[in-house]
Design a protein around this ligand. Structure first.
Ligand SMILES: [Zn+2]
Length: 160
């Protein structure tokens, strides 16, 4: 399942990448036909807040999801309902939240000068983005991610 999210969904694209999904964020300047072309070419599901864009995509037989919810938890609940998206929290399966690149595990000693002392002392496992080089570890943001995913699971479970 690969995604192409409309320009106003920066938060969502970062979140989906952290959960391991290949997710592109549409640039503000990209015109609709390029957006559709790339989505179709790369077999990506479009996520948009625009009803017009949603219908245009459907007409072109591009998988598309219309979201009118606010807030990451509500949006993920909606995706869970509509396409049964799996929300798996695993840093080993995560992608770069900044650039969508793949992460590879990197030996701790190799990143000595790339993170601050506290982080280096406190964590044992690190990952590096193959594309932009950003270093990741299972820091406090993962607590927040796990909490949000749990909220989504609870909310969807209660509906069934
Ligand atoms: Zn990156």
């Amino acid at each position: 399942m690969k995604f192409y999210v409309d320009a106003m969904f920066g938060n969502l694209s970062r979140f989906l990448r952290v959960l391991g999904y290949d997710c592109l964020l549409r640039p503000n300047t990209q015109n609709t036909s390029d957006f559709f072309y790339k989505a179709k070419e790369e077999n990506r599901i479009i996520i948009t807040r625009s009803r017009v864009l949603y219908y245009q995509a459907c007409k072109r037989e591009i998988s598309s999801i219309f979201i009118n919810k606010e807030g990451i938890v509500n949006i993920l609940c909606d995706l869970r309902r509509k396409i049964k998206i799996k929300l798996i929290c695993d840093p080993n399966n995560s992608r770069c939240s900044e650039c969508n690149g793949l992460l590879v595990k990197i030996e701790k000693k190799l990143i000595r000068n790339e993170v601050n002392n506290g982080t280096f002392e406190h964590f044992e496992e690190f990952w590096k983005c193959k594309s932009c080089g950003k270093i990741y570890w299972e820091g406090s943001h993962w607590i927040d991610i796990r909490r949000k995913v749990k909220e989504v699971e609870e909310c969807v479970k209660n509906e069934n």
